[in-house]
Design a binder for this molecule. Structure first.
Ligand code: PGA
Length: 251
């Protein structure tokens, strides 16, 4: 635990129509800034522009859940950095395990996307994490090192990036959260590898079955700089509750 601000954010995954998204944003819009907490939401592409506009006068950062590494061209179904910038977005999630598992995202494409994000002035939120099999086989260290190195392969020194440590076995309804001290060890490793490559230790958020009951145990750890939440923050009230608990823990 340090004095630097905490990051508390949520990825909505493939959820929310425009009406639902605006309802959520409308509830957040009236919440006051929370001392010491950087809040962010990552809606689906279809509502990015609207949510960005709805939260324009707040300190809440709006980001996307993915992007392509090229700026334009024959890439059917893809969304580029300039398109995200055009939607008012400042942050972009890259390499979530669901994208790695279901959509062929690799360490290499993650690296290309991180480079593209920075080129367009977007802060990449880079997701890394080992599978249950890799953990079982004692390969967590090597897997994380390789994921971090590939993600930062093209990144200039002192570039501003964020990491989310999200062990694959901890994510979603079949997941169970990591032990906070286990997460803390992996965060320290991620920071060490990132520091070798860029000269600065990036903030590292923990993600995977975070909820109101366990968020404080994570943000109380030395190397946990925030939480990245799925299901438990898919309502504005759920998100606000986690933000408030984290802020109190840090105060
Ligand atoms: P979860 O999702 O909180 O629903 O486990 C986390 C994530 O995928 O980032």
């Amino acid at each position: 635990m340090t004095d630097t601000p905490l990051w508390v954010g949520t990825g909505w995954k493939m959820n929310k129509t425009l009406a639902e998204a605006l309802d959520y944003a409308g509830q957040l819009k009236h919440s006051l800034p929370v001392d010491g907490v950087n809040r962010f939401v990552l809606p689906p592409f279809t509502v990015l522009r609207d949510v960005s506009a709805a939260l324009a006068d707040t300190d809440i950062t709006v980001g996307a859940q993915n992007m392509h590494w090229q700026d334009a061209g024959a890439w059917t179904g893809e969304i580029s950095g300039p398109m995200l910038v055009d939607c008012g977005v400042r942050l972009v999630e890259i390499g979530h395990s669901e994208r790695r598992t279901h959509f062929g995202e690799t360490d290499k494409t993650v690296g290309l996307k991180v480079d593209a994000a920075l080129r367009h002035g977007l802060t990449p939120l880079i997701c890394v994490g080992e599978t249950a099999e890799q953990k079982q086989a004692g390969r967590t260290d090597g897997v994380l090192r390789e994921q971090v190195r590939s993600a930062l392969a093209r990144v200039p020194r002192n570039a501003r990036v964020l990491f989310a440590y999200e062990p694959v076995w901890a994510i979603g309804e079949h997941g169970s959260p990591a032990e906070p001290d286990y997460a803390d060890d992996q965060h320290a490793r991620i920071k060490a590898v990132a520091t070798e490559m860029t000269g600065t230790a990036p903030p590292v958020l923990y993600g995977g079955s975070v909820n109101a009951g366990n968020c404080v145990s994570f943000v109380s750890m030395q190397d946990v700089d925030g939480v990245f939440v799925g299901r438990a923050a898919w309502t504005a009230a759920g998100f606000a509750d986690i933000v408030a608990r984290c802020a109190r823990a840090r105060a």
